[in-house]
Design a protein around this ligand. Sequence first.
Ligand code: ACO
Ligand code: LMR
Length: 621
Amino acid sequence: MSRSDYQLFTRETRAIIFNLQANAIQRMLDFDHVCKREKPSVAAVVNPNAKQGGFHKVFWGTKEILIPVYNTIDQAVTKHNDADVMINFASFRSAFQTSVDALHADTIKTVVIIAEGVPERRARELAAMAQKMGKIIIGPATVGGILAGGFKIGNTGGTIENIIESKLHLQGSVGFVSKSGGMSNEAYNIISHNSDGLYEGIAIGGDSYPGSTLLDHLLRYEANPDVKMMVCLGEVGGTEEYRIVEALKEKRITKPLVCWVTGTIASRMKGEVQFGHAGAKAGASNETAEAKNKALAEAGAIVPVSFDDYGEKINQEFKKLEAAGKIGSREETEVPFVPVDFKTVANKVRKPTGFICTITDDSGDEPLYSGVPMSKVVENNMPLGEMIGLLWFKKKLPEFAARYIELVLRLTADHGPCVSGAHNTIVTARAGRDLMSSVAAGILTIGPRFGGAVSGAAKHFSSALKSGLSPLEFVNDMKKKGINIPGIGHRIKSATNPDIRVTLIKAFAKENFVSTPHLDYALEVEKITLTKRNNLILNVDGAIGVIFLDLMESCGEIFSDQEKSEIVEFEILNGLFMLGRTIGMIGHYFDQKRLRSALYRHPMDDVLYDLPDSSDLGYDF
Ligand code: ACO
Ligand code: LMR
């Protein structure tokens, strides 16, 4: 046997994982880390369910790295020709075809089939195919195997703590093979306590027709000079162990072999006993554990009396090899620190958060709006205005306040296609843009002159009232400062063409609020501005803003002074117009799309062209 025949894995071995098994991949990489491997053992992942490839994020020690993901085995093997192992996590339904595909990839030498329940006929086909191609199959129904200190298949060896405890991150001299993956973990622990540790361990899987046999692996260990002794764990059922007996007799196995066939308890039970594995039942007397243990002992294997003295027997053989000077010394290097996953210690550590949210909590079963479960909002048919109160102000607003918010939303929902916001939404939609862009264009138009004067009106009127300015003093003061009073004036609405929206909300305030000092003040201001121009009315923005100030007063203790001033300062009141008008903008966008409206170009006869003369700029063409 050449080295490449007996040596399946090295510290450089890389694998392609079929099916995205995040935990198994992370365990492989954590093992790499404690073994101080230079390159991750996982080269790529094949995820046939992904719409397209991409990357899978994993930890490599303390930092995060990306592992490429492909849709097909073909893509993965072509891109990663340094990977010669495929670990196949396909289900039993697709394990056959995917294993065939992997076997046919030139670069893949070993295929590990994890799935249980692969049909026996298919398993035999795979074994024959692999043999013909000079490749190795481990499994089906296996957890895999491990080269101590070098390469680990999937979940073999269990947790990282278990691996370190059993010293699997360091290479020893014992070659191990068993059918069972679970029992392998136990055996690795026993081996680590009774020898210089494991060299390599393989679980061939519990099916009746494994892709590679116990003997196949023992013969590899026999040929490998780094393996000084062998340990095997057989199982009741089948005649596989008799092939080891023959190999012992024919001296094809010469290294010390400690072997135990489990399932001796079966003979003390009445009738046929089926253990966990598909192949673990004795169909004939020579398939019993006793018969196989006896034959192995007669052929020269070291067979313990029971599983209890398995370790002792390993220890005795190892000591003999040590005494004969056949075991080299093993350097016990410090184990690199393996960080624990945050989720496993989340209750035991403190981590400062980078984000604060005080309105909605979505960490439980359902979102809470200021503590109110979303289902209660629905069950109680909570008015929209009240719900906005929870999310904007973190308050249960009184009924009149919630109704005021809804009234504003209704009144601001739309004002036709000619107003600045809708116009821009329409122009953008007609330029072929999408819903978000078109509506965003409209919303971005809301500002101090159009729709966004609500907060400004609240700010100026409240500070004027607070500072005791008479309405006339306020108007003059603003004029002196050269500021148009926010909330005053409208392009088309005037004293003779009143704005119905303003009429309606004024009436609402008068009817529902305890008092309306801000509105009254604004109406006094309007009287003055109307003397200057007919269109300098208290406009819809102004009315919404000043009436909201009165609303907060009418709510009693609900809003503190600080909250009132923050609501004004942080422009929340402009949000009322913005929220309402978004309804209309979405409507205008859809309207234009439905109409299949063409690109809008502003008519040139509507533009006054008044350019400088180029000679005045110093050109001499
Ligand atoms: N306060 C004081 N004077 C004003 C105001 C005002 N809010 N608005 C206009 N004026 C005066 C101007 O100073 C100007 O005076 P002048 O002739 O002595 O120079 C005259 O009125 C005309 O000004 P324009 O800006 O041409 O008036 P227009 O009718 O085009 O303005 C507009 C309409 C933009 C709404 C304007 O009144 C304004 O800026 N108002 C404040 C912002 C505001 O409230 N916008 C919201 C409008 S409602 C809505 O968009 C839903
Ligand atoms: C609106 O609500 O959009 C209007 O008041 C603005 C306008 O220009 O008519």
